[in-house]
Design a protein around this ligand. Structure first.
Ligand SMILES: Nc1ncnc2c1ncn2[C@@H]1O[C@H](COP(=O)(O)OP(=O)(O)OP(=O)(O)O)[C@@H](O)[C@H]1O
Ligand SMILES: [Mg+2]
Length: 279
């Protein structure tokens, strides 16, 4: 089942001359881990904003083609053009780059409860969801803390937990670790991996630092000037690393070495991709 399907998707921001998205066709399967890579300004964030309807509802412009979201529990289909963002957000959760901009409550627990209270859920269900989201985020012991006092990694995990509490089937993460130190990044990446592997949540993730996506994604699409220019398994994209570099995608240092070694010694694999991409 496809949870998200974009067909002939084009988008031009108001007062902009060119299309930020120039004809995207993309299907995302339930349970899949999809990576999105591409140089700065290629349209990655714009594409993410179309998945829960922020484009075209809150950010307006010329929107052509369509994005269809399917609720995997009911199999009901929603065209984002006709469905309001709050409805789409219960299926597709969007996590933005900057955690501070998404956190505004006095305690960790209140932050997770905040969005839930507007859903009109029974108290028991709210409490269950808070426990679940805090556990996955590894923040059970920090529930009374003031969010700005948390580390960067904890704040981003809290931002993800708050969205997770809405029980979206799909989580879209737009560069969720760019502002974090290595330890913070690692903790957030582990959380994202767990959500996909253990909770069955479909993950769509944009990352400039591509090593995690090359190691962990089921499939990667590369975007350049608003179009998908390459698509396939990480292994397939690794074999086309040179072309990716040419369009400005950052390639993990070990990959070139890996490709050289594989070319020189097609018979004997000296290093595995997992070893190269470890972080
Ligand atoms: N609010 C906006 N108004 C007008 N043009 C915009 C707006 N936001 C983005 N753009 C333009 O749309 C194009 C795609 O931008 P987008 O932010 O989607 O790229 P990106 O791949 O996410 O880049 P980055 O890697 O730097 O985050 C760029 O040309 C950008 O300048
Ligand atoms: Mg972006």
């Amino acid at each position: 089942m496809n949870v998200i399907e974009a067909k002939g998707l084009r988008f031009k921001y108001r007062r902009s001359q060119k299309y930020a998205l120039g004809g995207i066709d993309l299907k995302v399967k339930k349970g899949e881990f999809l990576g999105i890579v591409g140089p700065s300004g290629s349209g990655k964030s714009t594409l993410c904003l179309t998945f829960n309807g922020i484009i075209p509802h809150s950010i307006k412009g010329e929107f052509e083609g369509e994005v269809v979201v399917t609720d995997p529990t009911t199999e009901e289909k929603y065209s984002t053009r006709e469905t309001p963002v709050p409805k789409l957000s219960t299926i597709v959760g969007l996590v933005l780059q900057n955690p501070e901009s998404q956190i505004f409550n006095m305690t960790v627990e209140e932050e997770v409860a905040f969005a839930l209270e507007n859903l009109g859920l029974p108290r028991e269900e709210i409490l269950r969801r808070i426990e679940w989201a805090l556990r996955i985020a590894g923040l059970e012991d920090k529930r009374e803390e003031f969010p700005p006092s948390l580390s960067g990694g904890e704040q981003q995990r809290l931002a993800i937990a708050a969205i997770l509490a809405m029980k979206p089937q799909v989580l879209v993460l737009d560069e969720p670790t760019t502002q974090l130190d290595p330890a913070g990044r690692k903790s957030v990446l582990e959380m994202i991996s767990k959500l996909n592997a253990d909770e069955g949540i479909t993950v769509i993730m944009v990352d400039h630092n591509t090593s995690f996506l090359f190691r962990r994604a089921d499939r990667i699409v590369a975007i350049h000037e608003g179009k998908i220019v390459m698509e396939g398994t990480p292994r397939k994209l690794v074999s086309r690393a040179e072309e990716l570099k040419e369009i400005g995608v950052k390639i993990p240092a070990g990959i070139e070495l890996y490709n050289e070694l594989s070319r020189a010694n097609p018979e004997t694999q000296v290093l595995t991709l997992d070893e190269i991409l470890y972080e």
